[in-house]
Ligand binder design. Sequence first.
Ligand SMILES: [Zn+2]
Length: 157
Amino acid sequence: MTTVAVGTRAAVRRAADAAPVGGLWARTDLALVVGANAVGLVLIVVGWLGSSDALTLNAGVDWLKVGIVGVIFAGVCNGLFLLRGRRAVGLARRAVLGVPRDRRAVVVEDEVALVARPGSRRVHRPTCPMVAGKPVEAVAAVGDLTPCELCRPGVAG
Ligand SMILES: [Zn+2]
């Protein structure tokens, strides 16, 4: 009985750790980026203190390398953190707009027909959320009309 409760609590904790905070990052992502920046900061401070005590230029350069490694480490970790957020934005965008992962299927579908709202000069793919549920007219080609910036008709992939 106690084992089940502990297991359930651990599962809840894992789910809470994986849950997005603010919609973009999970708690573990935030913890990892804070930890990585702390490590980078420690390397920078160690390099700074080491180079200030160095008696020769070569020893100072060696400590400088430690600081540079700290800057690069923190920068790479921050970049990966931002890429995770960018990925979350892409997944949310797909979920909201209903964009399929394989864009080739959309291109084949759009070669069949383009649509425009009556009286509008903006051309959309039939699956564009900007025209979803609205009255549209079929358009043969983009021609002189303005392609929609969201669904980008006539642009492959
Ligand atoms: Zn559109």
